[in-house]
Design a protein around this ligand. Structure first.
Ligand code: GDP
Length: 301
């Protein structure tokens, strides 16, 4: 399935190194754990998460009286699955049963925001929803055209103004159009220039205010798009955006392009924001709702 395919690089690296580890140390001892720690950290699992995981594993080894390193592999996947499962967390997309659902996409340039909007439009359309796109990134050269290409590909309308125009004005237009055309879901692109963080955050706030004013209760989701290949940099972006905007979910892209898929664990464990979708390729149907069971399965099988 998609997860298995998309996690191939991570799995090859992780499982390969795990097998070497088990072969090298027949016994589960301090040296074994030290090297396991290294493997997990180099897969971008994140130091705090790794420390907790290692502690839990040590407890289990003691409890179950495990001596042979071959017996520890299923325990590791069990613990990884536990880390990924967050009790009571709703990772599904929050859509209104009536009226327009507005979803705002935020994130820095190049992370895969436009692509994820196109993929999600395709997914929602496949579920029978009417979808519209708002070209709110009026800053990056080519962003509007790129969104239009996706709109054509998927078969949904794109509301735009010319490059350099006020994103809040684009959003106002898009909301009026969505209302008059009885659209179910409006997916909104935003700028992601990193050079001027204060301006960027102010602009996002202004866009949000326009949306709130036109549709009380909206935006219904603010999805932060992060690039899995950037590892700890993605974590830093999540913290920065999380501080200035109410992020309701994460879209983690390019998991197929990295051997460091462990970043999912770090995000799940160190941030209080659910991962709602993962990007597993560049094609239209390469966006998947996040599923922790399938993720762990894709990592080990
Ligand atoms: P934006 O600047 O955030 O809007 O980023 P784009 O949507 O333009 O994406 C930047 C590049 O990443 C493009 O070449 C995309 O095809 C690529 N990309 C986006 N998501 C994925 C993914 O899940 N996997 C892979 N392999 N590439 C992706």
């Amino acid at each position: 399935d998609k997860f298995k395919e998309g996690l191939e690089k991570t799995r090859d690296s992780f499982v390969g190194r795990m097998n070497e580890l088990v072969y090298k140390y027949r016994k589960v001892d301090e040296d074994f754990f030290e090297e396991l720690e290294e493997i997990l950290i180099s897969a971008d699992v994140g130091v705090a998460t790794v420390m907790e995981l290692i502690d839990q594993l040590k407890d289990e080894v003691r409890l179950r009286n495990i001596k042979d390193s071959r017996e520890i592999q299923p325990v590791i996947s069990e613990k990884l699955a536990e880390l990924l499962e967050k009790e009571g967390e709703d990772a599904s997309l929050q859509l209104q049963s009536e009226g327009i659902s507005v979803i705002l996409f935020v994130g820095v340039n190049g992370v895969g925001k436009t692509t994820s909007i196109g993929k999600l439009a395709h997914m929602l359309k496949g579920q029978g929803k009417s979808v519209m796109l708002a070209a709110g990134d009026t800053f990056r050269a080519g962003a509007i055209e790129q969104l239009e290409v996706w709109g054509e590909r998927v078969g949904v309308d794109v509301i735009k103004q010319q490059a350099g125009s006020d994103p809040a004005a684009v959003m106002y237009d898009a909301l009026q159009a969505a209302k008059s055309r009885n659209i179910d879901v409006l997916l909104c692109d935003t700028a992601g220039r990193l050079q001027n963080k204060v301006n960027l955050m102010n602009e996002l706030e202004k866009v949000k205010r326009v949306i709130e004013r036109e549709i009380p209760g909206a935006p219904h989701e603010v999805l932060l798009v992060l690039d899995a290949t950037t590892g700890q940099n993605a974590m830093a972006q999540a913290k920065a955006f999380g501080q200035s905007t109410d992020v309701s979910g994460i879209v983690l892209t390019k998991l197929d392009g990295t051997a460091k898929g462990g970043i999912v664990l770090a995000i799940r464990h160190e941030l209080d924001i659910p991962v709602k979708f993962v990007g597993l390729g560049e094609k239209m149907d390469d966006l998947q709702p996040f599923d922790s069971e399938q993720f762990v399965y894709g990592l080990f099988k």
